[in-house]
Design a protein around this ligand. Structure first.
Ligand code: HEM
Length: 521
């Protein structure tokens, strides 16, 4: 009896263990299937699009490491690819395909139709302060854009000129002090402080005094915010590991900006009608007059500051870098500013800015050779399609980026693309070519809403500077390079005359010496 009981329980145990081993086997099999499925899903896009032009991806990471090879020089690497594989080509980020678009016909298709909304990842990364125009969804954007565009009129431009004049006086006082001293100055830093003060006045009606003091908390907060947003985007796949490091700086910057905006808005709401009529209008007025919540007003103003500061200042620096290498261009600019800044005026009057034709051509050539926004933000196809210029197939969800830098530098679109030739932008020449050959401000419904602000600001600053000063590079021209980090900025690799000068920062933007113009000395 005992024996038979034992035999039965042994049998049950062995059945149980057989069940377990069967479950285990099934589990291993399922895991194997899952791995194979995931593997095939991962490699399938590589296989499916293997014949599309582009640098061969290194499995499993794609083209990441080639792009990371030279930080800040990604635009140069992409230019090599565009020359080798054709203007529109594909790149792989892990197993995700991104199409770099530099065929003007393809660019038109992507920018002018509404089938390519901004990528949700971009919108998520760039909106910690809420959604401004740059990151609004395809549905919300048109209404907001229309409302803001209507208020961006002649009156607004006049108030901009008023703010610009005030800040340019501060700028010139600094330039006068540096003039003829043989001191090496970082012109990019000076211009950056100037444009930050201008955009602050245009936005809030008050200066951040970035040009004269280090004490205002906003310049630091705005620059930190910009930097951290870029980090957010670049390191998006690793955000969980990096978040605690970057999040602290980001939150601190956001708190400073929120606090400042709230303070200015509170003051505005307490203002009497008389006080308001005695003051020059600014962006805050425009947004407060719309029926936006306070948080949305702050998001809009912050977006304008972020989008309008770096872009304008770095392009201006590159413009002066090019002029410093070409005395003929400098002379023509001087002649034009002499014509429009007359008698006791130091700054070109508002109604004369539109007549600065040569200065405009020089500015446009700087926008072509060194476009601050070297490419649009990433778009995401909302349907299957074929790009009409290159014939490249697009599947729903594919990322696309239109590269103005590539279009501006490919010899099939621009003769001698690396030469700085302002005459490319005569009215005649502009009429004869497709607008999609020149895309510094992008095009279509998501183009730059601030482009007329940037143009007005740039022409006023350039004519003021070349009326009074001569700018000379303090280093060889080849030592200043383009450094790309969402925007393109000038970056000087070497110290002056190869020696470390303790008065200079290791990463200068544009080292120059400033002289008073011969006829003024
Ligand atoms: C040289 C100077 C500038 C350049 C090269 C430039 C370039 C651009 C580009 C390429 C875009 C499209 C970005 C995208 O595809 O997502 C853009 C958008 C934008 N820019 Fe500018 N920009 C400049 C100056 C300014 C200024 C001064 C302001 C503000 C006063 C400004 C405000 C904006 C805004 C708000 C957007 C988003 C527009 C929308 O999505 O509706 N920009 N800019």
């Amino acid at each position: 009896m005992m024996m038979s009981c034992l035999a039965v329980s042994l049998l049950q145990l062995s059945n149980l263990s057989q069940d377990w081993s069967r479950v285990f086997k099934l589990f291993i099999l399922a895991a194997l299937f899952w791995t194979v499925f995931k593997f095939l899903k991962y490699v399938y896009p590589y296989w499916r699009f293997r014949n599309i032009p582009g640098p061969p991806p290194k499995w499993p990471v794609g083209n990441i490491f080639e792009l990371l090879r030279k930080p800040g020089q990604e635009h140069r690497i992409l230019l090599q690819y565009a020359k080798q594989y054709g203007p529109t080509f594909q790149l792989w980020y892990l197993n995700r395909r991104t199409i770099i678009v530099a065929n003007p016909e393809d660019a038109k298709f992507v920018l002018a139709t509404r089938n390519y909304p901004k990528s949700p990842i971009f919108c998520r990364c760039f909106s910690p302060l809420g959604h401004g125009l740059l990151t609004l969804s395809q549905e919300e954007h048109p209404v907001q854009r229309k409302a803001i565009s209507q208020r961006f009129n002649e009156e607004f431009l006049q108030s901009l000129h008023h703010h610009l004049t005030a800040e340019l006086e501060v700028f010139m006082a600094q330039m006068d002090a540096l003039c003829d001293t043989e001191r090496v100055v970082d012109l990019d830093a000076l211009i950056s402080a100037l444009t930050l003060d201008v955009i602050a006045r245009t936005a809030f009606g008050v200066s951040f005094t970035a040009q004269t003091s280090q004490h205002h908390p906003m310049p630091h907060a705005v620059l930190t915010l910009l930097d951290e947003l870029v980090n957010n985007m670049i390191f998006y796949p690793y955000r969980f590991w990096l978040s605690h490091i970057t999040q602290k700086r980001l939150n601190e910057a956001i708190n400073v900006i929120r606090k400042f905006c709230n303070m200015v808005i509170d003051l505005r709401l307490q203002e009497s009608r008389e006080e308001k009529s005695n003051r020059v209008r600014d962006l805050l007025d425009i947004f407060l007059e719309s029926d936006e919540t306070r948080d949305n007003v702050i998001a809009h103003v912050a977006t304008f500051m972020l989008a309008g500061h770096d872009t304008t200042s770095h392009t201006l620096s590159f413009c002066m870098y090019e002029i410093a290498q070409n005395r003929d261009i400098e002379r023509k600019l001087q002649e034009e500013s002499d014509r429009f800044i007359v008698a006791q005026d130091r700054i070109v009057p508002f109604d004369q800015v539109g007549h600065l034709d040569y200065t405009r051509m020089v500015w446009n050539e700087a926008l072509r050779t060194h476009p601050a926004a070297a490419n649009t933000s990433v778009r995401c196809a909302d349907r299957d399609d074929v790009l009409p210029g290159s014939g490249i197939p697009i599947t729903k969800g594919t990322g696309l980026m239109v590269s103005s830098y590539l279009i501006h530098h490919l010899p099939q679109y621009w003769e001698n693309p690396d030469h700085f030739i302002p005459e490319r932008h005569t009215k005649e020449a502009v009429r004869q070519r497709s607008p999609y050959y020149f895309l510094p401000f992008s095009r279509g419904s998501r183009n730059c809403i601030g482009q007329f602000v940037a143009n007005h600001e740039a022409l006023t600053i350039l004519s003021t500077i070349y009326k009074r000063y001569e700018i000379r590079l303090a280093v060889g021209a080849q030592e200043v390079e383009e450094y790309f980090r969402v925007t393109m900025k000038p970056h000087c690799r070497f110290y002056v005359q190869g020696k470390k000068d303790p008065s200079l920062d290791a990463h200068l933007g544009l080292p120059v010496k400033i002289y008073s113009r011969k006829c003024y000395s």
